[in-house]
Design a protein around this ligand. Structure first.
Ligand code: HEM
Ligand code: HEM
Length: 190
């Protein structure tokens, strides 16, 4: 396959990757916000937590499945994905590459740790997934293991947040410094 320049001259990501990028972005920002908010609710706010926890879990599992779809598309379109602009500074190329890889890894790891945490917790309400009321809980119930998964998951979710902030800062930097120039990568994803 060869690269197909858009009529504006910009080589864009394939449409399916662009749609998936913004869908994943919206879901992940929602999960980070809901996770942060629900763990700070007062103990007696059963109505809010009874809504947020199951939805956080099922949308979290959905993000894991979408991360697998993303990897498949990335592999399928490996020859048409636009290259980094050639006039980026070496450190910018290196950093954006590293952040993409970290985001890809963390969108796979964070939901797995969330699932492991829920499924090892002795008082867990289980993990729903839309039409499936309970996904099988594969790990043995063990509150010590739960505490380890809970801590790892927290690091992993907030490291993902830090990567997304850097990623957004990078996209904005090139937008503001070089609008529609060769290092402005935003139009490739729009
Ligand atoms: C919040 C606003 C966001 C903006 C403005 C944004 C913008 C962009 C842009 C412009 C690119 C293309 C970069 C290039 O070609 O060099 C890109 C790529 C990418 N973005 Fe974002 N992004 C955002 C959020 C996210 C989020 C939340 C995720 C998490 C899933 C994400 C994951 C990725 C990945 C993995 C790539 C690499 C291309 C790929 O393999 O899909 N982005 N983003
Ligand atoms: C990319 C996907 C996910 C993201 C970004 C995410 C993000 C977060 C964040 C930021 C928190 C708050 C952590 C804290 O401040 O202590 C949280 C809590 C939580 N998440 Fe997720 N999550 C994801 C997937 C999942 C999945 C798949 C599950 C379960 C199947 C899950 C279950 C939970 C639970 C039970 C809590 C509360 C933990 C506690 O009480 O300490 N999450 N999540």
């Amino acid at each position: 396959m060869t690269e197909h320049p858009h009529k504006s001259g910009v080589i864009k990501y394939p449409l399916s990757m662009r749609i998936l990028h913004w869908l994943r972005a919206a879901l992940i920002l929602g999960l980070l916000a809901s996770g942060w908010y629900m763990t700070r609710l007062p103990q007696d706010d059963v109505a809010t937590s009874g809504f947020l926890y199951p939805n956080h879990k099922q949308f979290g599992v959905l993000v894991w499945l979408l991360a697998l779809v993303h990897l498949t598309l990335r592999w399928r379109y490996r020859t048409v994905i636009p290259h980094p602009p050639s006039n980026l500074a070496p450190w910018e190329k290196w950093l954006s590459h590293l952040i993409h890889r970290l985001i890809i890894a963390l969108t796979l790891i964070t939901p797995l740790l969330g699932y492991s945490m829920s499924s090892s917790f002795t008082q867990s309400d289980g993990v729903p997934f839309f039409v499936i009321s309970q996904i099988p809980e594969l790990l043995p119930k063990n509150d010590a293991a739960f505490a380890v998964f809970q801590a790892l998951r927290r690091y992993s979710a907030y490291t993902l947040l830090a990567c997304i902030i850097l990623h957004l800062a990078g996209a904005l930097k090139h937008r503001l410094e070089d609008k529609n120039g060769s290092t402005d990568v935003l139009p490739r994803m729009l």
